[in-house]
Design a binder for this molecule. Structure first.
Ligand code: SF4
Length: 206
């Protein structure tokens, strides 16, 4: 399999983006252009970034195998947009076996077949839904949220509600607490059970 570019791999993260001790593997590249993107390097040129195949990434991260097994942790795929790499993630699951927890940190704004392909390999989904109002979402990301919401609904229909945490940010200058409430109510009506509400910090973004 071809290599994918990564903006970084970070070991020994404790309960920041998944159960137990996790290693974050952050893919380069994204379908969105969020105004306050936390990882703007994932949108720039991929030159000079580290690149891995599923095999070489697995060989690097398995140094923490005992930590993963002892704490129920594993690998979190973030980015950028990790759901752009379903074949990579599926192959990684084949290599690491069933014991590691694999988490996907995604905006889900990718083709439906990507989500269908990678979902069986993933234990936990952290979904950055931003705002369910399409007008707010488009202003903030440059794209419609239709695809993201369709993909979320598909996961819910597949019975994955307990594996999903939806992140609902208050985005200064783009939405209001009332908008966040509306998003949460709408998502609850679809069957989302777990939410993480927080405020974007705009002082640390470029
Ligand atoms: S989805 Fe995430 S990585 Fe992509 S542009 Fe938005 S904040 Fe940046």
């Amino acid at each position: 399999m071809e290599e994918a570019a990564f903006i970084g791999v970070a070991r020994h993260r404790l309960r920041t983006d998944g159960e137990g001790v996790t290693t974050l593997a952050a893919f380069h590249g994204c379908t969105l252009r969020c105004r306050y993107c936390l990882n703007p390097q994932c949108l720039r040129f991929a030159q000079s970034l580290p690149a891995f195949t599923p095999q070489t990434l697995y060989e690097m991260v398995r140094v923490d195998n005992l930590y993963f097994l002892a704490t129920g942790g594993g690998v979190t795929f973030g980015g950028g947009e990790p759901a752009l790499h379903p074949a990579f993630i599926t192959r990684f699951r084949e290599l690491c076996g069933p014991e590691w927890g694999l988490t996907l940190e995604s905006a889900l704004n990718v083709p439906a077949e990507n989500v269908r392909q990678l979902a069986p390999a993933i234990n936990h989904f952290i979904i950055d839904i931003k705002d369910t109002c399409d007008e707010i979402y488009q202003r903030y990301t440059g794209r419609s949220n239709r695809q993201a919401l369709d993909n979320l609904q598909w996961l819910l229909q597949e019975g994955r509600a307990n594996d999903i945490l939806v992140r609902l940010p208050l985005i200064p200058e783009f939405n209001t607490p009332a908008d966040v409430d509306r998003s949460q109510e709408y998502l609850q009506s679809l069957g989302v059970r777990h939410f993480d509400r927080f405020t974007y910090r705009t002082d640390i973004q470029k």
